[in-house]
Design a binder for this molecule. Structure first.
Ligand code: VG1
Ligand code: CO
Length: 543
């Protein structure tokens, strides 16, 4: 086996976005592309000589090939050991857990998360550090710089490693340990949650449906929900991970998980429904006849986490991404604990979690998690909900009702405009930035603007600053509009418009969501001229 140093040329425009680098699969499959990017990561972290790394992915098309390339590059760069999930599978939270549990120096996660998979769809690669969390901005900037100056990569000329059975093998001088992707993760869940209480709930006739959307959570959910907790066989649907996710879009929201929504809103709906995304870090929660917005879910989990053994002592604080509704802030305020507002993307929660400032974090995009790992965690959120349902012995609808009657209701929705030409989307944002100062005090749909800014975040721990994280427009009645461009798309720009309207506990708690938000929607159109800029009359996706 020989190490070859391949001469290559820099790759341009490979700026990792909200979460890792995402491109069309065919771009990743181009000659030298993946190799260049992996070597750039290795160079940016100061090499991997003698280091231990974790490797796994969500099973999408090219997952198996990419894993072999990454192994050969790690071996050629002198890594001591790589711990790989069987068949190169690992959900994102399971990878985060493995990095932490095995005190590895970091890990590669092959996923484009909620983006569709396949030869004509998307692929992605993320690097997580020794704390198990996504690379911070400073590191992604170094990786990006490196991709623009790289001239060579090192790769071992060798046969593929057989990753189909747990055990140990080697590649050159590097050890490869193949592990069951589910085992360590399931053990962690058993430590955090009251499995006996959930088992009793299920034995009592409580029914559930978990839609794995043909993505990576299938094996995790089947083992934990059906095998260990005793949910009826068949409770986990679309449970086999497929390279193209069955042609679907593994994004757990009411639009892409419409199959589940239909069942949950139907006459024979089970008590509880949930779905997860491509790499298993997101969750959608639905009760019989009621969809729980991710922002509300974060608030309910924060208010009730003490029902689970892992959080019995209470929470140190709660963090949410800026566009996420302020429902969780109200819970934190009442509980007298800290609350934080961070830019979009899990990487911004890492320092707060490491410093013990927060226990729970969440995003409006269906990501919820805690200090048990350093990623959002779909199945964890499902188990916390089940633990709470088992303890409170109430339906999802009743729990939501109680919550709103205590804290008031933050009506919330996100409107996405997809595949907008980048220059049009940028023109919309630039125009808004130019008039932020004028907005203050103006009236739209009967609501008065209290404040408008372009969100900038100073990390309270390392004081790093992230600017231009989205336009926030707050109204005096507690309503809010946020606009930002997605950092995970691979086609044109996606404009995300986040809409929120607050009703106090004695206000109207039963309005249809889009009705409640209609004045806010009208204000957003008036302020941002979305139709004119996007050429679209309506959003492509409403969550
Ligand atoms: C989206 C979500 C964001 C999430 C990110 C990665 O980013 O809005 O909340 O952290 O995806 O999630 P953007 O830039 O497209 O809005 V995952 O599950 O796709 O890794
Ligand atoms: Co994901």
């Amino acid at each position: 086996m020989t190490v070859t140093t391949v001469t290559t040329s820099p790759i341009d425009g490979q700026k990792p976005g909200t979460s890792g680098l995402r491109k069309k699969t065919r771009v990743f499959m181009q000659r030298h592309f993946l190799e260049n990017f992996v070597q750039s990561i290795i160079d940016a972290i100061g090499g991997v000589e003698g280091k231990t790394l974790v490797l796994g992915g969500d099973g999408r098309f090219f997952n198996d090939r990419a894993a072999q390339v990454i192994l050969r590059i790690c071996a050629a760069n002198g890594a001591a050991k790589v711990i790989v999930g069987r068949d190169a599978l690992l959900s994102t939270p399971a990878a985060s857990n493995l990095i932490r549990k095995r005190a590895a120096d970091g890990g590669f996660i092959m996923s484009a998360s909620h983006n569709p998979g396949g030869e004509n769809a998307d692929f992605g690669l993320k690097f997580n550090g020794a704390n198990g969390g996504p690379a911070p901005e400073s590191l992604t900037a170094r990786i990006h710089d490196r991709t623009r100056e790289i001239t060579q990569y090192r790769i071992l000329e060798t046969q593929d490693a057989d990753l189909s059975q747990p055990g140990t093998t080697s590649m050159g001088g590097m050890e490869i340990e193949i592990v069951d992707p589910v085992a360590d993760y399931a053990a962690l869940m058993e430590q955090i949650f009251d499995f006996d209480a959930i088992r009793t709930l299920l034995e009592g006739g409580f029914t559930l449906r978990f839609d794995a959307m043909h993505a990576v959570t299938g094996p995790y959910a089947t083992e934990i929900l059906e095998n260990r907790l005793g949910a009826a066989e068949g409770s986990v649907v679309n449970a086999t991970p497929l390279p193209d996710f069955g042609g679907g879009h593994p994004d757990p929201n009411p639009v892409w998980a419409d199959q589940l929504m239909k069942v949950m809103m139907g006459r024979d709906a089970p008590d509880f429904g949930a779905a997860s995304d491509g790499d298993g870090d997101r969750n959608m929660i639905v009760g019989r006849g009621i969809y729980v917005t991710p922002s509300d879910s974060l608030a309910v989990l924060a208010a009730n986490a003490h029902h689970a053994p892992g959080y019995m002592a209470g929470l140190s604080g709660v963090a949410r991404s800026m566009p996420t509704s302020r429902a969780a802030d109200l819970v934190a305020e009442k509980a007298g604990i800290g609350s934080y507002e961070t830019p979009t993307g899990w990487k911004f929660f890492g320092n707060l979690l490491d410093a013990g400032k927060v226990t729970l974090c969440g995003e409006e995009s269906a990501g919820t998690g805690s200090d048990h790992v350093r990623e959002k965690d779909g199945l964890w959120a499902v188990l916390l909900w089940l633990n709470i349902l088992a303890a409170r012995k109430q339906s999802v609808a009743a729990i939501m009702r109680d919550h709103w009657e205590e804290y008031g209701r933050n009506y919330y929705s996100r409107h996405d405009y997809e595949a907008v030409p980048a220059e049009d989307a940028n023109a919309l944002m630039d125009r808004l930035r130019g008039r932020l100062d004028d907005l203050k005090g103006q009236e739209f749909s009967g609501m008065t603007v209290e404040a408008a800014d372009d969100f900038a975040y100073r990390d309270p721990i390392d004081e790093s600053v992230a600017e231009h994280q989205g336009i926030r427009i707050a109204f005096t009645d507690g309503s809010r509009i946020v606009l930002r461009l997605s950092g995970t798309g691979t086609e044109g720009a996606t404009l995300r418009v986040y809409l929120e309207r607050y009703q106090p506990a004695d206000g109207k708690l039963d309005l249809p969501v889009q009705d409640a938000l209609s004045p806010v929607v009208a204000a957003a159109e008036e302020i941002a001229q979305i139709r004119k800029h996007t050429g679209k009359d309506a959003p492509d996706v409403t969550t």
